[in-house]
Design a protein around this ligand. Structure first.
Ligand SMILES: Nc1nc2c(c(=O)[nH]1)N[C@H]1C(S)=C(S)[C@@H](COP(=O)(O)OP(=O)(O)OC[C@H]3O[C@@H](n4cnc5c(=O)[nH]c(N)nc54)[C@H](O)[C@@H]3O)O[C@H]1N2
Ligand SMILES: Nc1nc2c(c(=O)[nH]1)N[C@H]1C(S)=C(S)[C@@H](COP(=O)(O)OP(=O)(O)OC[C@H]3O[C@@H](n4cnc5c(=O)[nH]c(N)nc54)[C@H](O)[C@@H]3O)O[C@H]1N2
Ligand SMILES: [Mo]
Length: 771
């Protein structure tokens, strides 16, 4: 916080140096400026937050520091949480995190006995291992103590720029606007009505596509255009050599909209100059929900225009229309857009409906919700201990924290929080890449006070740049001794993905890890060295939030040959690759100009829907035939449940075939696959025919037949899951309805098998039989 939330930190310093100073607990693997002022500094290994936070909760339960009455009234899930966290005793936590148990106990005592508690966290949690799971544990701690919605208490899961808060509210972080739940048809209908578009044109059926997945699609070629605005991925995304490869590919059309010629703009096909904050009018919202109006101070230079103007102009040139044929984006000014946003946010947690530009002028901001009930905004949320978890109001039904799978409405209903906060638990799961002999150090990346993100602004400020001219890799004294390097010595830092070359800085960090500030890219570099921290980082992400794990992965330090560093000559051991990417783009543009108006590989492209449809029809046919064969055979079995069942099953399997077959024709399936998984399954699982049947004793076992039949059944189900998503995305309602009907059928088949299995088991498995 001392480096990154400097205004907040100066307030905390005032309190720490004032009368009645509060206690400060800091969790950071480095001894940061913030940690140096802490009463207790816990320095866990990178990626172990969940273990540590579970440990604190374990101690809260053990010592009776949980506010049981408040918890029973205002939360749900406490029993489940307790069962998980009670395994994280101080010894266990020390083993996982490296934090001495007495320090953990002292931190828990401060948190457990304080009358008020403010918790705040940012990228050391969200960009580290188990990000969402850890963020939930922070909420849990305040909830267990009942210290939320009260003066001096609350949770600030911070964000970075004011615009980051607006991204969350407006739905730019892969969500729908104003915290609407895409699994709630009422919420989606509201949006369709507000924008006067067809319900089905809101892509609510699928999960959103986050950037790391988009990159995969670009790599595979199904996404051919990327528009980058207000961000600089060629420095800030993980595993830069891959990002460079993808974004500079001749098959991708890259638009970059920025206020400077960034590393990303340098390889773009089109650069659109944007106006920056003082050159345009608009609102910003802080993490504490305060909305500010920022007035235009000066005109933008040259051809630069505000992002809003650019997007509106583009939308209109695309002739985007609503369902009555009127322009979808009818606004001209920022204030008109704000008025539209007020309608979108009305009735939702971030209710802006009572705000106007005029009301925001003069004062120092107004907090949402601001509406008829709270015309001047509301200072504190959750005062009544009621949270936004009502099933009709909530933003989402939640996720499985480990697999990332979103819960369905039914699963949420089981919990039925009705305004109570949900305590979510998770065991600790180690990061994917852990230190080994080859790469013995954990990588940690982050910020310095004097630079901002990819340095597009601060790198152009002489005093800031001169005070912090280059990145250094920070390691502990013991690791410096182990690698035989001195403070300031130039070294290579290597991971499985890349290598950088920079001086060492020693101290203020836990042994076993290396910290590199991620600010430094190449727009102003002159020495030819690779130096961006993201050359090294892993492209993994949190399964729920999809945020990349930028604090993670492993590296090693390589000492450079003495002669190279001592002679004063610049000898480069790790060359930067940004220049190569720029040359590649230049060359491919030259080539492209010689073959105008042609996207070269369109004729080689195929859609795989047709094959998928063919396989589905084949799978349904195979299931039908297996059932029929079993029916024919099972007449020989004395089990009448099975005998009758298979007759019904074969009939239902045929229904699935009949439902899907017309769409296979419609979408152009010409022939059935000769070799398919369902055929192979059939041949493997049901290799017999009637004549060999009697010889096969095993076949008479009902349980074995059922277990085998379940496999092709599931295969059909999975084929249909694919078709459902495809039919929704295609907007072909007839197709979708047929698939939904087929899904019902396959579920009936699978349910029958489960049912028969469960009623047969007690007799067949538990009661002894004659051998
Ligand atoms: N290894 C590692 N990687 C990280 C992080 C880390 O800690 N470690 N942190 C991550 C985090 S939290 C973040 S937020 C990202 C930041 O990464 P980026 O978003 O890529 O970095 P910025 O430098 O903030 O990029 C903002 C860009 O917007 C431009 N800009 C400024 N104002 C305007 C405007 O009004 N309109 C337009 N169109 N452009 C404008 C700036 O010139 C700049 O190029 O990096 C992430 N990457
Ligand atoms: N001066 C300055 N201020 C900024 C920015 C900037 O670039 N410069 N950027 C802004 C932006 S976009 C953002 S998102 C914020 C980010 O603000 P912060 O999150 O405060 O900044 P970071 O340096 O990314 O990471 C914070 C700390 O997390 C620690 N950490 C790493 N791994 C772990 C872990 O596994 N567990 C724990 N407990 N800690 C860990 C790091 O050692 C680091 O000290 O700052 C904002 N403010
Ligand atoms: Mo950020």
């Amino acid at each position: 916080m001392a480096s990154t939330q400097t205004v907040l930190w100066s307030r905390i310093l005032d309190r720490l140096d004032g009368p009645k100073p509060p206690k400060l607990v800091v969790v950071d693997p480095r001894k940061t400026q913030t940690a140096k002022r802490a009463d207790v500094h816990l320095a866990p290994k990178v990626g172990t937050n969940v273990a540590l936070l579970n440990g604190i909760q374990c101690l809260l339960f053990q010592n009776g520091w949980v506010n049981d009455e408040w918890v029973s009234q205002h939360t749900c899930g406490v029993e489940g949480l307790k069962k998980v966290v009670e395994k994280y005793t101080p010894d266990v936590v020390e083993e996982i995190t490296g934090v001495p148990s007495k320090d953990l106990e002292e931190a828990a005592r401060i948190i457990g006995t304080s009358k008020a508690l403010v918790s705040t966290a940012l990228q050391g949690v969200y960009q580290s291992n188990q990000a969402t799971a850890a963020a939930c544990q922070i909420n849990n701690i305040n909830l267990l103590r009942g210290l939320i919605g009260k003066p001096g208490s609350g949770v600030f899961q911070m964000n970075s720029q004011p615009t980051a808060q607006n991204n969350r509210e407006a739905g730019c972080n892969c969500e729908f606007p104003a915290f609407r739940n895409h699994k709630n048809p009422v919420h989606m209908q509201q949006l369709a009505d507000l924008w006067n578009i067809e319900y089905r044109n809101l892509p609510h059926w699928a999960e959103p596509t986050p950037i790391m997945t988009l990159l995969d699609y670009m790599e595979k070629g199904s996404v051919e255009m990327l528009w980058v605005s207000g961000t600089n991925p060629l420095v800030s995304l993980p595993d830069l050599s891959r990002i460079r490869e993808i974004l500079s590919s001749p098959h991708l059309f890259l638009v970059c909209q920025d206020i400077f010629l960034t590393e990303t703009a340098a390889i773009a096909d089109v650069v659109i100059p944007a106006a920056q904050w003082g050159e345009k009018i608009g609102t910003y919202t802080n993490a504490d929900r305060t909305v500010h109006l920022s007035e235009k101070a000066v005109d933008p230079p040259g051809q630069a225009r505000s992002d809003l103007e650019i997007f509106l102009d583009f939308g209109n040139r695309m002739t985007l229309k609503d369902k009555d044929g009127n322009g979808l984006l009818p606004w001209r000014t920022a204030e008109e857009v704000f008025e539209a946003w007020k309608l979108v946010s009305k009735g939702r947690p971030c209710d802006y409906s009572g705000l106007t530009y005029d009301k925001l002028r003069g004062g120092s901001g107004i907090q949402w919700p601001c509406n008829e009930q709270y015309p001047l905004g509301k200072e504190r949320l959750f005062e009544d201990g009621i949270f936004n978890t009502d099933i009709d109001y909530c933003e989402s039904f939640g996720h499985d924290l480990e697999t990332g799978v979103p819960f369905a409405k039914d699963q949420y209903l089981e919990l039925n929080p009705r305004g109570r906060a949900i305590l979510k638990w998770s065991p600790y799961v180690p990061p994917i890449e852990t230190p080994d002999e080859k790469y013995p150090l954990l990588l940690n990346t982050g910020r310095e006070a004097l630079h901002s993100d990819t340095r597009e602004k601060t790198g152009r400020s002489k005093p800031l740049q001169d005070s912090c001219p280059e990145p250094r890799v920070q390691i502990s004294e013991s690791d410096a001794a182990r690698f035989d390097v001195k403070d300031g010595e130039m070294v290579l830092v290597r991971s499985r993905r890349g290598v950088v070359e920079m001086p060492v800085s020693i101290g203020d960090i836990m042994p076993g890890q290396a910290f590199i500030p991620f600010h430094f890219g190449y727009f102003d570099s002159t020495d030819g060295r690779a130096r961006a921290a993201n050359e090294l980082t892993v492209d993994q992400w949190d399964p729920v939030s999809k945020q990349p794990t930028l604090k993670g992965g492993t590296v090693r330090i390589e000492k450079l040959p003495q002669d190279a560093t001592d002679t004063g000559q610049v000898k480069i051991h790790a060359r930067e690759r940004q220049s190569d990417a720029m040359h590649r783009v230049e060359n491919s543009k030259r080539e492209a100009h010689s073959v105008p108006n042609e996207i070269k590989d369109t004729h080689q492209r195929t859609c795989r829907l047709e094959t998928w449809l063919a396989f589905t029809v084949q799978a349904a046919t195979d299931l039908f035939e297996i059932c029929k064969q079993e029916f024919d055979c099972s007449s020989l079995v004395s089990d009448k449940d099975i005998y009758q069942g298979f007759r019904v099953l074969s009939h239902i399997a045929m229904t699935i075939h009949d439902l899907i077959q017309p769409f296979a024709k419609k979408y152009g399936v010409r022939e059935m696959p000769r070799e398919s998984i369902s055929r192979r399954l059939r041949a493997t699982l049901f290799p017999y025919n009637l004549s060999t049947y009697e010889a096969m004793n095993e076949r008479a076992d009902v349980l074995i037949v059922l277990r085998r039949l379940y496999v092709p059944g599931c295969h059909v189900e999975m084929q249909l899951v694919g078709l459902q998503a495809a039919s929704e995305a295609m907007g072909d309602e007839e197709f979708r309805d047929a698939v939904l009907e087929a899904q019902k059928s396959i579920r009936r088949i699978l349910e029958w098998m489960r049912y028969v299995m469960s009623i047969k088991v007690p007799q067949l498995l538990l009661v002894p039989i004659r051998d």
